[in-house]
Design a protein around this ligand. Structure first.
Ligand code: NAD
Length: 448
């Protein structure tokens, strides 16, 4: 009966071939999650709800998103043709405060992906006890194929389409995959022009000159470092002799690589969308960052003793610390058995599927979950938002100290609960985040 229901559900979203395939429902479910992060996010809620004995009504409430907006974005291209792009903004929960979450520009972005990312933002803000909810946005576009002028028009039209949805007291976007401070500046300007006054608090991750915060660009990398350091202290692991592998060399991957390299750590492989580089004795990260900043792909870099490694193979290299910092669904049931490290520090959102989590746990690999590991970004975004509202700006030392205090304290809570409940760090993080949210829902009640 249950099997039939699941098969029916899968038929709606899943290719016929898979539904007909002679594999168990569990395997099909896992495959479904691998192609659909929203299914994965909902499955994670189920797993934790069962562990916590969560009230069924609250579980139902948490599995749906509050609002999703789909917009069409017509853009005049430089050659005079018209192209229509599709964009999204989703608010999963504003129970604990205004929505918060990045905007990504990528060719495969879709509504379900954005819903999952919005859900993960809710947990992240709750875990850090920030007075914010979870939201996310995206535009289905390959920004590398646009000129700067086309990118600006796309950003401004997208902002205009979602303008009634966002605002400092409603929902505050930020950068994510393929978006940056310049794009945030265009969003801030478009919103401000509509309101007739400067509203810097509508986005975070802006340039410092227009109300951005010092330390925001490197915040996610810095947060990853503070959490890794806290874990190493707990398990008595000296960071310096460890071999480190990083998938993704953008804001998150590039910054954690830089921080670790400056601390004298050995990074043996990094990758971008083109593939990556491996060197047993360690890579020169300063040279690779310079190469990246001159708009080059890593695969084209010529370094003595450097070998090419694909994005698939980089994940299964033998190392001590693996940092997936590119996109979701990278560590799945198909490769989890071949992962060969002691610690996975999730820089990306949703890089590990629940099926892979089970395998990694059996292998004794410690997984530091995304909602804890990469929460430095939203934390400094929150500091930026406070600074904008008060028109008073902090120094870098204060930003980094407060960031460290919040993240280390969240790590301590998660670590202690994981020991108490004999649960993984992911389950413990979710338990803290979901119980805070459940309490807030209970106190506010269901309107009307
Ligand atoms: P980015 O665009 O700056 O960098 C992404 C990196 O991943 C680039 O090196 C890119 O080449 C690579 N990449 C993109 N698509 C890929 C693919 N299909 N396969 C392999 N590599 C690919 O983005 P970012 O801001 O560094 O975000 C990376 C991840 O971290 C995302 O999951 C994002 O949601 C998450 N995250 C970002 C922040 C932030 O502050 N920027 C905060 C928390 C979490």
């Amino acid at each position: 009966m249950l099997e039939n229901k699941k098969k029916e559900q899968m038929k709606i979203i899943y290719p016929e071939a898979l539904v007909a395939a002679d594999v168990s429902v569990t395997v099909k479910e896992e495959l479904l999650m691998e192609t659909n992060p929203f299914e994965m996010a909902k499955k994670q809620i189920d797993i934790v709800a069962e562990k916590m004995g969560l009230n069924n009504n609250i579980k139902k409430f948490l599995k749906r998103v509050e609002r999703s907006l789909i917009v069409s974005i017509p853009i005049k291209m430089n050659d005079g043709t018209l192209k229509i792009f599709e964009g999204y903004r989703v608010q999963h929960s504003t129970v604990r405060g205004p929505g918060k979450g990045g905007i990504r520009f990528a060719p495969n972005v879709n509504l379900d992906e954005v819903k999952a990312l919005a859900i993960w933002m809710t947990w992240k803000c709750s875990l850090l006890n920030l007075p914010l909810g979870g939201a996310k946005g995206g535009v289905c576009v390959d920004p590398r194929k646009l000129s700067k002028e086309e990118l600006e028009r796309l950003t401004r039209r997208y902002t205009s389409e979602i303008i009634n949805f966002i605002g400092p007291d409603k929902d505050i976007p930020a950068p994510d995959v393929n978006t940056n401070p310049q794009i945030m500046a265009w969003i801030m300007d478009t919103y401000s022009m509509h309101k007739g006054r400067a509203v810097p608090g509508v986005v975070t991750g802006k340039p410092i000159e227009i109300g951005g915060s010092v330390g925001r660009e490197s915040a996610t990398g810095m947060g990853l470092f503070f959490v890794l350091e806290a874990l190493c202290n707990k398990i008595n692991l000296d960071l310096n002799p460890q071999d480190i592998v990083i998938q993704g060399f953008g804001n998150v991957g590039g910054n954690i690589a830089k921080i670790l390299y400056e601390k004298g750590c050995k990074i043996i492989a990094v990758s971008d969308i083109s593939g990556g580089l491996y060197a047993k004795g360690g890579l020169n990260i300063d040279q690779l960052l310079k190469w990246r900043d001159e708009s080059n792909y890593l695969k084209d870099f010529q370094g003595k003793g450097y070998k090419f490694v694909s994005n698939e193979d980089i994940l299964t290299l033998k190392c001590d610390i693996l940092i997936p910092a590119a996109i979701e669904n990278q560590i799945t049931r198909s490769n989890a058995n071949r992962i060969n490290c002691k610690i996975i520090l999730e820089g990306a959102n949703g890089p590990t599927t629940p099926g892979a989590d089970n395998i990694l746990e059996k292998k004794g690999i410690i997984v530091v979950p995304d909602i804890l590991a990469n929460a430095g970004g939203v934390c400094v975004s929150y500091f930026e938002y406070i600074q904008d509202i008060h028109s008073y700006f902090w120094k870098l030392e204060r930003i980094n100290q407060e960031l460290k205090n919040i993240l280390v304290s969240a790590f301590e809570d998660v670590y202690n609960l994981s020991k108490e409940k004999n649960a993984s760090l992911r389950i413990a993080s979710y338990m803290i985040a979901i119980s805070r949210l459940a309490k807030a829902i209970e106190l506010r009640g269901i309107f009307p």
